[in-house]
Structure formats: structure tokens, C-alpha cells
Write a protein that binds this ligand. Structure first.
Ligand SMILES: Cc1ncc(COP(=O)(O)O)c(C=O)c1O
Length: 350
């Protein structure tokens, strides 16, 4: 079609393989659906809502629940259609075309993807050999950069920055630092307190991982209140519908339940890491998330993917670069992890 941006003809379609009747460990979702008692509560509130009306632009109950959970002032909270929308909103808010953003590599693919569509320049800073962050290189390469996106913990590696390292970066850069805490509940450390100290830092989070709501599309931003009022103008109005507002609020109100599930997933992650440590044929990256990146010696990533697929387990492969030989597995339920481990021991035990 005429006038279509050329970059769209070059960009690959975003796709993740989906199969039925398989142990699905490829998208870092929660293995546990929202429990029946909470689904009933959501359904009851949904029944009472006016579906013919636009949803609240500033959903009070949801924002209040997020504020209680995060201890961040309600005026500094912006809910969005997944944290992906928050990423797009921040690029809209801070970048003119041909401005640059900084990301690490390997990192979350949505940052460069959205940046390309917006015509932004992308500065990629490689992670170190062990997939940890290269803080001095991030600071050095940030000269003239408008926005830095750092997922902490990082996806798909699961590696972290400490709050002190994040502080060091925020202090030294000219641009704005976005700390993507999609996996916060599995890590437990947050850069949130730095929002009060620095005027160039925003935190984004999601309901798609620990909160079991990937299917609803809900995320949020924690920003300084005086900036949030303007950042909100760069976001699509009404992108958070009635279902997301109610679902998110009910789950947030029950965050003690979510924290219990998150600790069970952390325990399972530690079990997986412990089992992996005992195998000789594998290299893995110690993770603070609900997934683990690993490679099996003498096998390609697609051979590993295929071996698990034939065993009824779906994991994630990546294209190109340093992840050529790596695959990623999401931490599932204990039963799912047992099936995964059974195959892993067969192929990496030697
Ligand atoms: C680091 C990171 N940020 C953001 C997201 C997207 O989350 P959401 O479902 O809220 O758009 C993901 C999803 O995998 C992620 O890994």
C-alpha cells in the first residue's frame, strides 16, 4: 500500500508459536490461572458494570489498589494496556523521530521493535560474557541518548542490576531511565525509591507474570506525580477497559495470595537451578525471574527445542546473535517442571 513506512515491510511479524495439549513453558506466564473464588468476584463486579459506557479514564479503585501495593502516590500511577503500552507511551512522550534510545543486548525485543517503527536510533550495549549488565559501557554509550530501557531483571537472561547500580546509572546519564520491573515479584528488589530522588527515572510493571493476567492486558507506570500528569497525555485514552480495571483491582486487593504463589514459583525456580547445577552437559544463567536461559553442550537451540517439543514441552528459541545456542524455559507448576526435568536429565545428564 502506498505511503506505508518502509520499516514495516522489513520488520518481522511478532509471533510466538501456540499449541494445544502441551506443557506451555515459552512465554513466562504464570502456570496458575486466576483461582475460581477470585474469578467469581471479578465476574460479579463485571455484571454490575455498564458495558455501554466508556471505562473510567482514571480508574480510582484500581489506582488506589496499586498505590497500596506499591506505596507510590496515586497521582504518579498510570495504568496501561500491558507494560507494552507503557513502553510505547514513554517513547511517544520523550522521543522525536531520529532521537536515540539505549537498550542492552540480548534484551526485551519490544523496545527496539517499537523504536524502529517510530524511526528512532537504537544504541545496543552488549551484556558481558556471563550475561550481566556492563554498567560502565551503559553510562558511556548513553551520551546524547533520550531514553534508556533496562529490564531489571533482564529478559531473556534473568540477570539483575542492584538498586545501587541503577542509582549510579540514573545519576550519570543525560537522558531518562526506564526501569522495566516486569519480573519484580520474583526478584523482590525495586528501583521505585529512586523516583523520589531523581527526576529522570520511571518504573513500569505488569500484571502479566506474577498476577496471572497476561490474557487481560494490564500494566502500570510509576512516575513522579508532576510528570505523570503529562505522560498520561502521550497514551491512548480508554486503552484500559472495564474488564482489565476490575480484574486488576481484584487481584491487587488480594496481593497476599499473589505473593504466596510468587514464592512457590521462586521455590520451583531454585529447584530447577539446583537440578541444572548438578548436570554436566548444560550451561545456564542464574535467574531472578520465573524463567531460566540455558544451552545444552553440543546441541543447537533448535535441536533442544525439538527434543522438548517431542516430549510434550514447549520452550522458547531465539533468532541470531549470542542466543543462537540458547533456549529459555518458564518455571511451571511442580508437575510441569518434573516433566521438563525428566527430559533435561536425559539429554544433559552426560
Ligand atoms: C521485560 C518485559 N517487559 C514487558 C513485558 C510485556 O508485558 P505486558 O504483557 O505487560 O505487555 C514482558 C513480557 O514478556 C517482558 O519480558
Amino acid at each position: 500500500m502506498r505511503n506505508l513506512k518502509q520499516v514495516l515491510t522489513q520488520l518481522e511479524t511478532y509471533s510466538v508459536p501456540q499449541y494445544k495439549n502441551i506443557i506451555k513453558l515459552n512465554q513466562n506466564e504464570s502456570p496458575y490461572d486466576v483461582p475460581e473464588f477470585l474469578k467469581k468476584e471479578i465476574q460479579a463486579e463485571l455484571e454490575l458494570a455498564d458495558w455501554n459506557r466508556y471505562a473510567d479514564l482514571r480508574p480510582k479503585a484500581l489506582i488506589h489498589a496499586i498505590s497500596e501495593y506499591t506505596d507510590h502516590p496515586p497521582e504518579g500511577i498510570i495504568p496501561g494496556n500491558g507494560s507494552n503500552e507503557m513502553i510505547q507511551t514513554l517513547m511517544n512522550a520523550f522521543c522525536y523521530s531520529s532521537d536515540s534510545i539505549l537498550v542492552v543486548s540480548p534484551g526485551f525485543s519490544v523496545y527496539p521493535r517499537l523504536a524502529k517503527v517510530m524511526g528512532l536510533e537504537i544504541i545496543e550495549v552488549p551484556l558481558l560474557e556471563d550475561f550481566s549488565f556492563d554498567v560502565p559501557a551503559i553510562i558511556e554509550k548513553s551520551a546524547g541518548v533520550q531514553l534508556l530501557f533496562l529490564a531489571v531483571p533482564n529478559a531473556p537472561t534473568g540477570t539483575i542490576l542492584t538498586v545501587d547500580q541503577i542509582r549510579q546509572i540514573a545519576e550519570k546519564i543525560d537522558g531518562v531511565l526506564i526501569v522495566d520491573e516486569a519480573y519484580y515479584e520474583f526478584y523482590g528488589e525495586t528501583a521505585q525509591s529512586l523516583i523520589r530522588e531523581y527526576d529522570n527515572l520511571v518504573v513500569i510493571r505488569t500484571f502479566s507474570k506474577a498476577f496471572s493476567l497476561a490474557g487481560l492486558r494490564l500494566g502500570y507506570m510509576l512516575a513522579p506525580p508532576d510528570a505523570a500528569i503529562h505522560l498520561d497525555k502521550a497514551k491512548l485514552p480508554f486503552s484500559v477497559g472495564v474488564f482489565q480495571q476490575i480484574g486488576g483491582e481484584v487481584l491487587m486487593r488480594n496481593f497476599h495470595y499473589i505473593q504466596k504463589i510468587a514464592s512457590e514459583i521462586i521455590e520451583e525456580r531454585e529447584r530447577l537451578l539446583g537440578e541444572m547445577r548438578a548436570l554436566s552437559g548444560i550451561n545456564f544463567v542464574p535467574s531472578k525471574t520465573n524463567f531460566v536461559l540455558f544451552e545444552i553442550k553440543h546441541m543447537t537451540a533448535s535441536e533442544v527445542y525439538q527434543a522438548f517439543f517431542e516430549h510434550g514441552v514447549l520452550i522458547r528459541v531465539f533468532k541470531g546473535g549470542r542466543l543462537d545456542s540458547y533456549v529459555r524455559v518458564t518455571v511451571g507448576s511442580p508437575e510441569e517442571n518434573n516433566v521438563f526435568l525428566e527430559k533435561l536429565k536425559q539429554i544433559a545428564g552426560k
